[in-house]
Design a protein around this ligand. Structure first.
Ligand code: FAD
Ligand code: SIN
Length: 467
């Protein structure tokens, strides 16, 4: 085993997704020294794939669009969504730091967050993205670029090691003092305060994995997550007596794409919730709506599963031209992958798929009446967007399946990101941030709140570890 130079003032960040990147930059901003280790050949994790955006309350972008929001409103939505597992202190940290987190991304990394949309469960539009590519890519690539620049210009301050799987925590007495990691055949050790930011366990499907232990009912579902999402940080933390909470709380997202060319693939592309936010409709195999498309995702998933179990599938997502235009870059990507298909009109869809053209006509007409307020939507939809669906103009259609997407459970932390043991006592030298932490979202995470969790708690962990 070789030994890298020990440095007690070093902060070691395990995992180079958005949480780890945010933590690493915060350490550098505080004048510290940081080593970032990631088991994959590149940084980014699931963060790079994020497609809908990041939440913020009372932001300049909202004000520019005349959207009135407040931390209080964001707390209310998050608390309702979290149900009886809501933890007020963690929700307060998440929400009250949201506008500063977005400002940090905009000012320190020039990330464009000028567009704002409403995702399910939010009373107010507060999910921010930019005009360019997908928001996850925009954020992570900007943070990675700046970190790589720092590592190149000041290697004594920032060390980045890719393909480095952390396999153990080092302790002196009760204090965590470093990590052991594997690069190729070699095992290395580095000394410092540790931040775990290894993401969740939504791809941990093995027979000894967390999904088998806590949610065996989900083993047959596909996942949106990269194969790194195997709960490594959770296991590292419990090896030093950290407590895990809410581990059975796993989010199933309603809309994963079924690829007609590979319908049984275990890993699916996510159909961003933003597609429903811009007006996309969900219909059953006959062409009937069955849910308020912009309800909370746990509710939409439940309704979809009822449709599928009753033999009324498959479920399709349908966008009209206006919705398509509003998320054109996303849709063109899905079309290029063969996941979404355009049809000249409803008749063409009916001919090729067996969906009832007459039923779809009726669905479109009644949806228009609900949107114009002539009648209330029987499914309770109140926020309509791009709501005119015409049977004679192009539509964009995709097959949908529920997908394991995010793990609400994880490492128990304090509001300052210290890892806690079963008695609630902080474990010295160990912090955690991002999806690896548990309890922030209780029973159900709101769309857009994980990127926020990554940035907010990444910054909190970076600051705490720097002290
Ligand atoms: P990750 O980004 O997953 O990064 C974890 C990193 O840790 C990885 O790079 C991994 O390789 C590394 N790692 C793991 N184990 C080890 C180890 N033993 N040693 C070293 N490195 C290790 N959330 C939103 O808020 N808005 C969205 O629009 C959105 N869209 C999404 C779309 C998709 C397709 C997916 C999958 C998720 C989406 N999410 C979204 C959720 C969100 O992207 C993630 O929850 C969030 O990015 C997690 O960030 P993280 O930094 O905690 O983990
Ligand atoms: C999505 O784009 O639907 C995912 C958003 C999220 O997970 O927050």
């Amino acid at each position: 085993m070789s030994q890298t130079t020990p440095s007690s003032s070093r902060v070691i960040v395990v995992g180079g997704g958005l949480a780890g990147l945010s933590a690493a930059h915060t350490v550098l901003e505080r004048g510290g020294t940081v080593t970032v280790l990631d088991k994959k050949p590149s940084f980014g994790g699931n963060s790079v794939k994020a497609s809908s955006g990041i939440n913020g309350a009372d932001t300049p972008a909202q004000r520019a669009l005349d959207i009135k929001d407040s931390v209080k409103d964001f707390i209310a939505d998050t608390t309702i969504s979290a149900g009886d597992l809501a933890r007020p202190q963690l929700i307060e940290t998440l929400t009250s730091n949201s506008a500063p987190a977005l400002e940090w991304l905009s000012t320190s990394f020039s990330v464009d967050l000028s567009l704002v949309s409403r995702l399910g469960g939010h009373a107010i539009p507060r999910t921010h993205r930019g005009k360019g590519g997908a928001p996850g890519w925009a954020m992570t690539s900007a943070l990675i670029k700046k970190l790589e620049k720092a590592a190149a210009e000041t290697p004594e301050k920032a060390t980045l090691v890719k393909g480095a799987k952390v396999v153990g925590l080092v302790r002196e007495g009760e204090r965590v003092t470093g990590v052991e990691y594997q690069v190729g055949e070699k095992t290395e050790r580095v000394t410092g305060t540790v931040i775990l930011s290894t993401g969740g366990y939504a791809a941990d499907f093995s027979s000894t994995g967390f999904l088998s232990s806590y949610r065996p009912d989900l083993l047959e579902l596909p996942t949106t997550n990269g194969d790194h999402s195997t709960g490594d940080g959770h296991r590292l933390a419990t090896s030093v007596s950290a407590s895990l909470i809410d581990m059975d709380q796993v989010q199933v997202h309603p809309t994963g794409f079924i690829d007609p060319a590979n319908p049984d693939a275990k890993t699916k592309f996510l159909a961003a919730e933003a597609l429903r936010g811009v007006g996309g409709l969900l219909v059953d195999g006959k062409g009937r709506r069955f849910v308020n498309e912009v309800e909370r995702r746990d509710f939409v998933t439940e309704k979809m599963q009822e449709v599928i179990a009753a033999g009324d599938g498959p479920v399709r997502l349908i966008l009209n031209e206006e919705s398509y235009q509003e998320l054109k870059a996303h849709c063109d990507f899905y079309i290029s992958k063969g996941l979404m298909k355009s049809f000249a009109n409803v008749a063409e869809l009916a001919q090729t798929t067996g969906v009832s053209g007459a039923q779809l006509r009726e669905t479109f007409t009644s949806h228009g009446e609900y949107a114009s307020g002539k009648q209330p939507d029987p499914f309770g939809k109140q926020h309509f967007r791009n709501s005119t669906y015409d049977t004679e103009t192009p539509i964009y259609v995709a097959l949908m399946t529920p997908v394991v997407h995010y793990t609400m459970g994880g490492i128990s932390i304090s509001p300052t990101a210290q890892v806690l043991d079963a008695s609630g006592k902080p474990i010295a030298g160990l912090f955690a941030a991002g999806e690896v932490i548990g309890g922030v979202h209780g029973k159900n995470r709101l769309g857009g709140s994980s990127l926020l969790e990554a940035v907010v708690f990444g910054r909190v962990a970076g600051e705490s570890a720097s002290k």
